[in-house]
Each structure stands twice: as C-alpha cells, then as structure tokens.
Ligand binder design. Structure first.
Ligand code: AGV
Ligand code: CA
Length: 327
C-alpha cells in the first residue's frame, strides 16, 4: 500500500536497460523506496555509469539516494564496445540541463567514498527489516556480502531478484573456449553465481527464458507506448534512453536488444506479472567451458556442482505475460 513502500537496493552495471530500470524503480515512490544504488564495473565503465546514475537521480529530485561504485573485478570481461555504449545516455541533454545549473562538483560529492560492495554490506546491516535487492548485473556484490558477513547480512535480504542465467534456452555468450550456454551476467563472475545459488538467501531468477519475450521494438518505443506518453517526463526519459538501441532491431533482427533488466524490476513492482509458484531444482556451473551456465538439475553436466531450488520466471512473448516455470 501507499503508506508502506517496498524497500529496495538497486545493484546495477550501467547498461542502457539498467538505466531504464532505474527510471522504473523511481517512477512509483509510493510503492518503491530506493535505499541506495550500487554499481559494478562490468557491462559499463563504472565512472561513466556513476555519473549517469547521479545525473538521473538529480534530474528527478532524488539527490538523497546514495550511490557507490564497487571495486570487484570480473573473471570474463564484457566487450569494450558494449561497455562504452551507455555514454550515449550520459550525454543526453534531458539529464544534463539540471546538472549544469547546479555544478558537476555537487554530483561528485554524492558518490560514496566506501566501495560499492562494502557499502551494500553496511546498508544491509543497518536495516531493521529485510529488504529486496534488485540485481541487474553480475552477482559479485551480493556474493561478496554473503561471503564476508554471512548470516548477519543474509538475514537482512528479503529476496534477491536477479536478471541473469539461461535455464532452458541458449545463453548469449559468444566467447572463445565457451560453449554458449551461459548468460553474460553469470559469465562475468561465475563464482559469484555459485555463491548466491548455494546460499540460504531467497532468489528469484529472471533468465533469458523470460527476457527473450521482451525485445525493444519500434512499437514499444514510439509507435505505441512512449510515443503516446510523450507528455510525461519519465516516459520521455525512458523513450530517449531506449532510442539508443532501437537500430538493433533493424540492423540485427536475430539479435535485438532486450528489456532484460527492466522486466526484472517489473517482476518486483508488479508481482502478478511474474507469479512465483514453484521453484526449479537447478545448478550453476562455475568453471570450464560452460562456466556461468544455470540449468535445471538433471541436465548434462549437473554433477559438477551442487543444486539449489530457485524460482525462475519465463515469459510468453505473444501475450507478454510471465509465469514461474518448473520442469
Ligand atoms: O545478458 C543481459 C545483461 C543485462 O543485464 N547485459 C545487458 C543487460 O543489461 C549483458 C548483455 C548481453 N548482450 C548484450 C549485453 C549486448 N548485446 N549489449 C550490451 N550488453
Ligand atoms: Ca545489466
């Protein structure tokens, strides 16, 4: 209800859809109270991502939300081309107008001096009630917190809602010596997936199985949703950010850009979009040619790692509805 907004920590990695997701999480303050934002130096250049995050928060009047950048390294780096592309969001006049008026230095001072992984831990430990972590990049920060602070931190996490993994569908990693079964957020830090998978923390996975249903299309962008909502500030911002990837639909129809992370946050804000009925017995592969793979138990290779029961969400591309899927 409006008197009791859901407390959320947003752990992202600065991709184009990560920023639309930030907008979505800010768009209903009566339903979501954003406690803080942590940024991983994964599918972005963290310095740029921090800047863009601060500008967006400032533009929308959320200067009080703390932002911290993690220093954790990944095992398998994202392509530089992908990491650089969110700069096109950072330069948008819509988020720079207000920034210049108040001076860039004000924004820099809002960045936490504590590294993001430690900031996440401290933020959790000071909570009275458990909170939700929406994680839209690799799981490194969450794994760090669980490994270093154990039950003290775990007990403050109501649920980790993670965009990542590929349960029954192919992965999206194409890399030398990899078999293609992994999703990129899992591949960047496979060990972190193993840590979270085998922890006691409730985990809702929004894998490629679900996000394959939500390509970013011209219909979404300007013909339908955001075009018709152009008098609304959040819609203009969201449409502007999405417009950076719209050419993908024309240039690469077989490999478009998806609303990966945005669907993930939508599952938190609109739970009936993604009902969580049953869990899926599954395992995470941490090393070798399938590293980063998340798969239902019983699939080939399952012996290599322990299994855990995680709710995984799959979506129906025609009706745009999502359901929890159990094998
Ligand atoms: O695998 C999806 C994750 C999401 O968190 N990211 C992008 C989303 O933020 C990695 C990714 C996969 N394919 C990509 C990605 C692409 N073509 N460009 C940029 N990032
Ligand atoms: Ca992301």
């Amino acid at each position: 209800g409006s008197s009791n907004p859901q407390k959320i920590i947003f752990d992202h990695d600065g991709g184009i859809d990560d920023f639309v997701t930030l907008l979505l999480l800010l768009s209903k303050p009566e339903a979501v109270r954003l406690l803080g934002v942590t940024i991983l130096d994964a599918d972005c250049y963290a310095a740029v991502a921090a800047n863009t995050t601060l500008k967006l928060l400032h533009t929308l009047g959320f200067d009080d939300i703390p932002v911290a950048v993690s220093s954790l390294p990944g095992k398998n780096p994202f392509p530089d081309l992908w990491r650089g592309s969110p700069l096109s969001v950072d330069v948008q006049p819509l988020i720079n107008n207000v920034t210049q008026a108040s001076g860039g230095e004000d924004l820099a001072r809002q960045l936490s001096l504590v590294p993001g992984q430690e900031f996440l831990a401290q933020l959790l430990l000071t909570q009275v009630e458990p909170v939700t972590i929406v994680a839209t990049g690799p799981l490194s920060n969450v794994a760090y917190v669980l490994q270093k602070y154990g039950a003290a931190a775990a007990s403050k996490i109501r649920e980790v809602v993670w965009m990542g993994g590929a349960m029954w569908v192919e992965g999206n990693v194409q890399a030398p010596a990899h078999d293609g079964s992994a999703e990129w957020n899992a591949f960047w830090d496979p060990e972190a997936v193993g840590v979270v998978w085998n922890s006691s923390v409730p985990l809702l996975v929004v894998p490629l199985d679900a996000t394959n249903a939500v390509p970013v299309t011209p219909e979404l962008l300007y013909r339908r949703v955001f075009g018709l909502q152009s008098q609304y500030r959040y819609s203009v911002l969201a449409g502007t950010i999405w417009s950076r990837v719209i050419t993908w639909v024309y240039e690469r129809p077989l490999m478009p850009y998806y609303a990966w992370d945005t669907l993930t946050a939508a599952c938190v804000m609109k739970p009936d979009l993604c009902p969580r009925t049953e869990g899926v017995q599954s395992y995470a592969v941490v090393t070798g040619p399938s590293q980063g793979r998340t798969a239902p138990a019983g699939a080939a290779g399952a012996a290599a790692a322990g299994t855990a029961t995680v709710p995984a969400v799959a979506c129906d591309a025609v009706n745009l509805t999502c359901t929890a899927t159990a094998s």
